[in-house]
Design a binder for this molecule. Sequence first.
Ligand code: GLU
Length: 505
Amino acid sequence: MTKKVRVRFAPSPTGPLHIGGVRTALFNYLFAKKHGGDFILRIEDTDQNRYVEGAEQYIIDALKWCGMPIDEGVGKEGAFGPYRQSERKDLYKQYADELIASGNAYYAFDTAETLDFHRKDHEAKGKTFIYNWHNRLKLSNSLSLSAEETQAKIDAGEDYVVRFKSPQDETLHLKDIIRGDIKIDTNILDDKVLFKSDGMPTYHLANIVDDHLMEITHVIRGEEWLPSLALHYQLYKAFGWEAPEFAHLPLILKPTGKGKLSKRDGDKLGFPVFPLEWKDPKTNEISRGYKEDGYFPEAMVNFLAFLGWNPGTEQEIFSLDQLINDFDLKRVNKAGARFDPDKTKWFNHHYMQEQYDEVLAEAFKPIVDAKLNADIDSQYIGMAIGLVKERATFVSDFWDLTHYFFTAPTSYDEKASKKAFKEDTKAILSEISTIVNGIEDFTVENIQTTIKGWITSNEIGFGKVMMPLRLALVGALQGPDVFDIMYMIGKNESIKRIENVISTL
Ligand code: GLU
């Protein structure tokens, strides 16, 4: 029997989740759901110095907004909790002890000053200081000291760290689903710190212990963790545990394609890099989010999926369900994925078209009401949206596209007026005003047949009527079908606007 797929998204609450983090969560989610597995949220908060207030809630909210519910984790207890590493603190020491007992790890007492001295000293000689087989016996640790000396230091309450004892002259064979086989010479690895005398594990130890105890089958995470893979492999081996499979996702690159997309690029380049708005609890500085910028979660999920993955076909539009169906880690690239802010807009425009007008009206109503200082009927707003939305990318585009459905033009576009208004225009509009007044049942069809019929029987050019009429209703030569606009604003308002343009221009 194959094991149930269990993946985890394991962010550290050091600030808002960057879109790269959301992409990691998404790929984990897709993989889990594709294989009928569990998607787990583990909060890796062992580094208390980097803990940021509100970051954990932000992560939870972001996953929720994207529509990726967790099966277990912080906020949804399951059989493998607690899911916050700070609450698992007491668990890790025994594993550090176990590695020391088996000879895979050792105590080290070197002070920060000593290590700094060695680093600088090596640098001055054009070398790099690596704490490993090469020089560990010259340093202050339980391998260079006697058992009694070591114990005495511990008993005296000296600060220590537990380091992994990386082997000499071995070649490690690592496997990555995306990158294939990787060979690593252990001689270049340093003896990473696993545990500190303050009782806290480092990322490496906590991460491996938890992935094992939580029965994680696949570790899917960003490329920046690839350098840790060798150590992680060795830790599994040292514990005698079966390692999960690994997949390291490609970097997300700046829109230029050069360099990693950073948290600061958003502000610099004018697009959000965070899913939700974030207010820094210390500086109160606000960073914009996709949600608040008017993106639909469907659009965000769709464009994130394409940052590193592709279906191998021309299809670009994928709902979350379709992604679950088609997702395959084997189709994830090694090469960095260029982030294209224009494409995110393209996706949003698409999902805007798919959205119900009633739903869009809900979002737009507060804007309309505020502009007009009134309570405008939602259904009417929805109808206006339906007529213009093919030109809109965001809800915030709606006002420019629909204002004339709500208020009469107060001025007329100069260029358009020149183009639309000729000598006989006023006379023509006067006649139009009269026949519009005569329409009994003011439906789109009736308006259209009446006006078109009048144009045909008077043998006037279509544009000679429709252009000034549009100008009268809209104030410019834009907008959807004139007959739709007239129907929407009603007979009296239509006539009023025609009369107004006659007297103004
Ligand atoms: N806590 C790590 C992070 O913040 C998790 C890395 C991993 O998935 O192993 O990205």
